[in-house]
Design a binder for this molecule. Structure first.
Ligand SMILES: Cc1cc2nc3c(=O)[nH]c(=O)nc-3n(C[C@H](O)[C@H](O)[C@H](O)COP(=O)(O)OP(=O)(O)OC[C@H]3O[C@@H](n4cnc5c(N)ncnc54)[C@H](O)[C@@H]3O)c2cc1C
Length: 368
């Protein structure tokens, strides 16, 4: 191809979403992926889209989550039409369980400020929990139900973004590792890869927890891997109807299987599952559903989430002209893919965005 307008580094859900949105706005895009499309964190995720249940409080990150969440149904419809691929999803809701007073206190606070904002949260008595979720065998103090929350097949979502991008003309080079971003006089000129050098005036670094490119970037990128382990139980029917969570475990009812997780471990670039990690997940599950925990395990895996020191994503321009960041999505990169793709493409193409993104700039670390 003649020099593309934009090179995207990384073919996870974030790189694919950015590439798709840029191509939609008429930009020619080359995406370089070191391995397979969606082969890392984006396939390892559990598929929970739950801004209300997972937030630590109001603020810019919660607003970004809600903005992306609002885009999900239309984005899925658009991607299915643009890619010809189906993405399994359901607005099944999420049930937070309090087994003790210590579990219940933060949930009551969460529900109080969200109800004040007019967001839907329901308190379920023990009897209601039993009636609605017979799979829960634990003595539950109370439940808090977030009816809007969604479960979605994240691997299919990533593939749909990738295929839609390809059909829009994005060139995907898999097994092509970017070693270095080329910069001349504080301006990006292209990248060096294992398949040769490519010139472009704009580069988006969406390489997940590898966004530092092992020293191949002219600026520091403070992201590190946060390992998460998962256990999958096969079942002809999902064990639960809703996503079920305690502070110690979550269980997600996907068609034919239940995904249970997860750990958050800072152990470097080590993607192995461990006996201790899987045992911690099983302990959490045993508290609420010992019957399910006794079932044979169908599969286990671990993935590496891109984590920045303040838990927030890194979005937008950097001090190098033409070098953009879209990383650090930590535990919510699947949820944040639609808003990230849109914000990045608007900023790169139009120089401004309708959404609010300034709290997430790379510059916040440069200032420290
Ligand atoms: C166990 C687990 C459960 C999770 N559950 C959820 C969930 O329920 N909901 C949710 O919203 N999020 C969840 N997440 C988080 C979510 O998966 C991530 O935030 C998201 O996938 C990050 O996407 P990404 O594209 O930035 O990273 P990745 O998917 O890791 O993609 C980065 C890509 O860059 C490529 N790459 C790296 N270096 C180079 C290079 N030098 N050159 C070229 N390519 C390169 C990699 O091969 C990789 O494919 C979970 C994560 C884990 C691990």
């Amino acid at each position: 191809m003649p020099g593309p307008d934009v090179i995207v580094i990384g073919g996870g859900i974030i790189g694919c979403a950015v590439a798709y949105e840029l191509a939609k706005r008429g930009r020619s895009v080359l995406l370089c992926e070191r391995g397979e499309i969606g082969g890392e964190a984006s396939s390892a995720a559990a598929g929970i889209l739950a801004p209300q249940a997972e937030t630590k409080g109001p603020g810019p990150l919660f607003d970004l989550w809600l903005a992306s969440f609002a885009l999900i149904p239309d984005t899925l419809r658009e991607l299915e039409a643009a890619s010809g691929l189906r993405v399994a999803w359901e607005r099944c809701g999420l049930l937070q369980l309090a087994l003790t007073e210590a579990d219940a206190r933060p949930l009551r606070n969460l529900a109080a400020w969200q109800q004040q904002r007019g967001l839907p949260v329901e308190r379920w008595e023990t009897s209601r929990v039993r009636e609605r979720e017979p799979g829960i065998e634990a003595p539950v103090l109370e439940g808090w139900f977030f009816p809007n929350e969604i479960r979605l097949d994240n691997a299919q979502f990533t593939r749909a973004y990738a295929e839609a991008a390809r059909r829009r003309g994005v060139v995907m080079r898999t097994h092509t590792q970017v070693g270095r971003v080329r910069v001349e006089q504080a301006r990006v000129t292209g990248v060096e890869t294992t398949a040769g050098a490519y010139a472009a005036p704009t580069v988006v670094d969406a390489a997940g927890c590898w966004a530092g490119l092992d020293g191949g970037l002219p600026i520091p990128v403070p992201v590190e891997p946060a390992r998460g382990q998962i256990i999958v139980y096969d079942a002809p029917l999902p064990h639960f109807r809703t996503i079920v969570q305690t502070p110690r475990v979550y269980a997600v009812p996907h068609p034919g299987r239940t995904i249970v997780g997860s750990t958050v471990e800072y152990v470097g670039y080590d993607k192995r599952t461990t006996d201790e990690g899987l045992a911690a997940i099983r302990r959490g599950l045993r508290e609420i559903a010992p019957g399910l925990e006794q079932q044979p395990i169908a599969q286990t895996w671990a993935g590496l989430r891109p984590h920045a020191p303040d838990d927030w994503p890194i979005l937008g321009p950097t001090s190098i002209e033409g070098l953009w960041m879209a990383t650090g999505h930590f535990r919510s990169g699947i949820l944040l893919a639609p808003i990230t793709g849109r914000l990045m493409a608007e900023l790169i193409v139009d120089g401004r965005s309708s959404g609010s993104w300034t709290s997430f700039q790379w510059e916040r670390f440069a200032r420290r």
